[in-house]
Design a protein around this ligand. Sequence first.
Ligand code: PCA
Length: 191
Amino acid sequence: MKVLITGFEPFGGSSTNSSWEVASAVSRVHISGVSIEARLLPVSFGRVGDVLKGVIAEVAPDILIMLGQSGQSESIRIERIAINMMDSSKPDNDGYVPDEEVIHPDGPSALFSTLPLKPLRNVLVAQGHKVKISNSAGLYVCNRTYYEALYHLSSQGRATRSVFVHLPKISDEWPLSRLQHTVMQLIQVLI
Ligand code: PCA
């Protein structure tokens, strides 16, 4: 069983990104019969799709978990939907600011996670983790990444099941160990 877990480089003037801190920490944990590969993604509307396709081809995962940081979030958000749109008032790390741009003109308006999210959420909540299902990953680079993954995997006919998860910033309430514990549990439930 192969799990690919992605995180992002810092953006918006921060020096760290909780998604990469967690992805790299989780990939160092050993679970028998499971390989967990972590890869770093650029916060770039223009480049993230090709980088993601490259790592999917390289790792050929059974499960793809994409992590992103959402500063405002009070809980860990399991994202249900990716929207075929990019829009932002803030530039990405290449200085690009999209204005209501479609990601794939031939793609559907929205694509959905290929994992059973409610059972996953229910198990994690029962274990005491603070997680909820979210119906919007925003329209910034995380949403683009999620859409790209779901579009690419389905057009390639790959059986990889995937989900995007937004994490809060690391803080006193959300130390790295807590975020890591929830993501590790999420992987345990999925495998
Ligand atoms: N969060 C951003 C992009 C990279 C990240 O970690 C987002 O929510 O779109």
